[in-house]
Design a protein around this ligand. Structure first.
Ligand code: PMM
Length: 286
């Protein structure tokens, strides 16, 4: 089967002939969707391997919760949580990315075997991040971000969310290239749920092809997020908890894969692994 959708690639990463699946290992006691369950190195490594067995192509390891309202963890603690898990998974041959806003954590994670730096702030939170990633010569996720979790709801104000996210991502891409990161190593991400309300997230998912027009591979991370809770809420009832949003997450994965996303980032891998394979088969039959 030939690939009909050009998803782009990031220099330094393996290439997949379909949308890749990034499994999430949050080594935190408080992440909104799987908080606390993997807060131990051995359990976190085991969970990462389980995600690979379920079909994850790469595993994203993070030690700081970015859920709305979250306060920051200190650097020592973040290192303590993340580095042994990155090392353990890399030693097992897993393609590992590190989810961090700190340059020191990113650099140490790359030394421990991470091959991708996923910074939800796109380099804005730590001025040392862009030079560190440039020096490490690894790919870098530039996510759309307007501010730290404690006040990101206040920043969720847009006239035209798609146009503004595109413009702000373009500006960030230019800044990181000016900072020494090769354009071929950039991955872009609309940052669903970050300074965004449900209608903003839905509009971004509806306009993924426009984001592809930025010319870089696109990462989409809808997994278990609030906008899905919003969509799934029955009249007169409260939103289903995060853990009950995996089927909805897989639906977004199918849409994202079908519209050219390079990868989707999810907590529960199996349904999304199926979704991206169905999207691939449909693509091949077009
Ligand atoms: N969202 C979260 C964490 N990391 N990384 C990228 N690139 N994009 C995202 O949207 C993103 C992320 C928050 O979700 P979690 O706490 O459930 O992992």
């Amino acid at each position: 089967m030939s690939t009909t959708i050009d998803r782009g690639t990031a220099q330094g990463l393996p290439e997949w002939d379909r949308c890749a699946v990034m499994g999430v290992v949050n080594v935190t006691p408080d992440s909104f969707s799987d908080g606390g369950r993997w807060f131990d190195t051995t359990a976190a490594v085991k969970h990462g391997l389980h995600l690979v067995a379920e079909g994850a192509d790469l595993v994203d390891v993070g030690g700081e919760s970015t859920r709305p309202g979250a306060t920051r963890v200190d650097e020592e603690e973040e290192l303590r949580r993340v580095i042994p898990v990155v090392r353990g998974l890399a030693a097992e041959g897993v393609t590992v990315s590190v989810d961090t806003m700190r340059a020191t954590v990113a650099a140490r994670a790359v030394e421990a075997g991470a091959v991708l730096v996923n910074d939800v702030s796109g380099g804005l939170a730590d001025p040392a991040m862009v030079p560190a990633v440039a020096a490490a010569e690894v790919p870098f996720v530039v996510m759309h971000w307007r501010g730290f979790s404690h006040d990101m709801n206040r920043l969720a104000v847009y006239d035209d969310v798609v146009r503004e996210v595109l413009a702000e991502l373009r500006t960030r891409m230019e800044a990181v290239v000016d900072g020494g990161i090769a354009p071929e190593r950039i991955v872009v991400d609309p940052g669903l749920g970050f300074a965004k309300l449900a209608p903003h997230d839905l509009a971004l998912v509806a306009h993924l092809p426009e984001l592809r027009a930025l010319g870089r591979p696109l990462l989409v991370a809808a997994s278990r997020k609030r906008f899905l809770g919003h969509v799934l809420t029955r009249e007169g009832s409260t939103p289903p908890p995060a853990r009950e949003r995996d089927a909805a997450t897989a639906a977004v994965s199918a849409i994202a894969a079908h519209t050219g996303a390079w990868a989707v980032r999810v907590h529960e891998v199996r349904a999304t692994a199926d979704a991206v394979r169905v999207a691939r088969a449909v693509e091949g039959a077009a």
